[in-house]
Ligand binder design. Structure first.
Ligand code: AMP
Length: 354
């Protein structure tokens, strides 16, 4: 068990890091955040902040030596940075999960090997791969960058021949996968957690609505058959065990023709788990801190129905209106600049469990 008063290093200083640091503080830990951008949301809630790039090895060394364990709130951290930190201090969850989720091809291969369903996909390394993949998968399809994509970034939906020839002419290089479009009826996600003893706990799966590739709302309970909820939890547990995982893992799923299809996994706390802050005794942030600290997991049972709504871009201007509802639990990230598509906060609204 990580002793009370220890310092947890967090790579990435966004809102996830901010909420992790608040949970850590509640358990008597201190946090040291490492983030390249100035004035990050997590800096305000942590004991220490390092503002330096992920390739500044002297800053990384100082950071790693100042903390007892390291975790991350952001997947796209360069592997050399992680190698360097890992030579000094342990990182949770470990590298395996991160390496898989950093690359959409590795991720899909891993899931397929585990016997789980994914969208049809093919590797695209050049124009001829691209044309062959379109022939095999058909349209509509989505061309996705293998790395560095999130919130729908690095993705192009391809619906017609004209787009295929445009992309074939204009793309200088490819490091992509082509994915078949899944004709889903619902998107759900499971926020799951495992500790070093192999104990697993999963929050109730939530139903997600995306707008322009960005999560807009998560509603619990998901309106899907009970058997699928159980299957989703078993599926997430299978992934956790296979990876010998420690910490919180988000699993995003499509429901298509009554079947679960894995879209992606995120080896970290997840936006679709923010409802747990007001709907459960122990939320996803505390579960993650408990797991990585080698503490027993808490009770993640849900006691009420919740809808979580992200406040994106100018939605933040509605804060005063939202506050008119005394039951709306608002969580703001303290971001100085509002930009379209930028997550500025979220609001959890509870409704009675029936
Ligand atoms: P991603 O960044 O891959 O999670 O994609 C963001 C959102 O785009 C997903 O939550 C879906 O709403 C949509 N999407 C991504 N891939 C597919 C797919 N293969 N079929 C249908 N919708 C998709």
């Amino acid at each position: 068990m990580l002793p009370i008063g220890s310092t947890i290093g967090i790579l990435g200083g966004g809102q996830l890091g901010r909420m992790l640091s608040v949970a850590a503080a509640q358990l008597g830990f201190k946090c040291h955040v490492y983030e390249p951008e100035k004035n990050p949301p997590a800096g305000e809630t942590s004991a220490n902040l390092t503002t330096a790039s992920y390739t500044d090895y002297s800053a990384l060394e100082k950071f790693a030596k100042s903390v007892d364990i390291v975790t991350f709130e952001f997947e796209n951290i360069p592997s050399r940075t992680l190698d360097y930190i890992e030579s000094i201090v342990k990182i949770f969850p470990d590298r395996k999960a991160l390496e898989i989720s950093q690359d959409r091809l590795f991720e899909k291969n891993f899931l397929t090997k585990l016997g789980l369903d994914t969208a049809p996909y093919l590797k695209v390394d050049n124009v001829s791969d691209f044309k062959d993949a379109i022939k095999e998968i058909g349209t509509p399809a989505i061309l996705k960058t293998r790395t560095m994509g999130y919130d729908g970034k690095g993705q192009i939906k391809i619906t017609n021949e004209h787009q295929v020839s445009q992309i074939s002419k204009t793309y200088k290089s490819f490091n992509h996968i082509l994915e078949g479009m899944v004709n889903f009826t619902k998107e759900i996600s499971v926020i799951s957690v495992r500790n070093s003893k192999g104990e697993i706990s999963c929050f109730d799966p939530g139903e997600n609505i995306h707008e322009n590739g960005i999560l807009k709302t998560t509603t619990i309970p998901a309106q899907v058959p009970r058997a699928l909820i159980t299957d989703a939890i078993l599926l997430a547990s299978k992934i956790l065990n296979e990876l010998d995982y420690i910490g919180v893992l988000g699993v995003e799923l499509f429901i298509s023709k009554g079947k679960l299809i894995v879209n992606e996994i995120a080896p970290r706390v997840h936006n679709s788990g923010h409802w747990t802050q007001n709907g459960c005794l122990i939320d996803q942030f505390e579960q993650h801190i408990r797991a990585i600290a080698g503490w027993p997991l808490g009770d993640g049972a849900r006691f009420i129905n919740v809808t979580m709504e992200n406040l994106i871009g100018d939605d933040i201007l509605n804060t005063e209106m939202i506050l008119q509802d005394s039951g709306a639990a608002i969580h703001l990230y303290g971001k100085k600049e509002t930009r379209p598509g930028r997550k500025m906060g979220h609001v959890n609204r509870m409704f009675i469990k029936n």
